[in-house]
Design a protein around this ligand. Sequence first.
Ligand SMILES: C[C@H](O)[C@H](O)[C@H]1CNC2=NC(N)=NC(=O)C2=N1
Length: 96
Amino acid sequence: MEKLSKNDIETRLLRLPDWEYFDNAIHAEFEFENFKDCFSAMSRIAFECEALNHHPDWKNVYNVLSISLSTHDADGVTDKDFKLAQAIEAIIEEEE
Ligand SMILES: C[C@H](O)[C@H](O)[C@H]1CNC2=NC(N)=NC(=O)C2=N1
């Protein structure tokens, strides 16, 4: 999977306003009502990750989920990260 250029990444991010690019990865933070809602979204995201065989670096503190996406094999951001970011957005929108 080919690593995307900074320009490509920034162009693609125009369609994903929750996400930003820094430190060689794309990042987003989502806040939920409480821990249960947050963990419920994380479970749904986890199944999607398995289906896509692509996995986030993520952190949960109570009702906040912080996600970073990069492709370890490519040492950067690839199309796989954008596919997963889109899937995550769809899940978050359904949970809202
Ligand atoms: C063997 C397996 O396909 C690889 O280890 C996959 C699994 N999930 C992955 N997830 C991420 N974020 N980057 C990878 O390079 C990656 N590689």
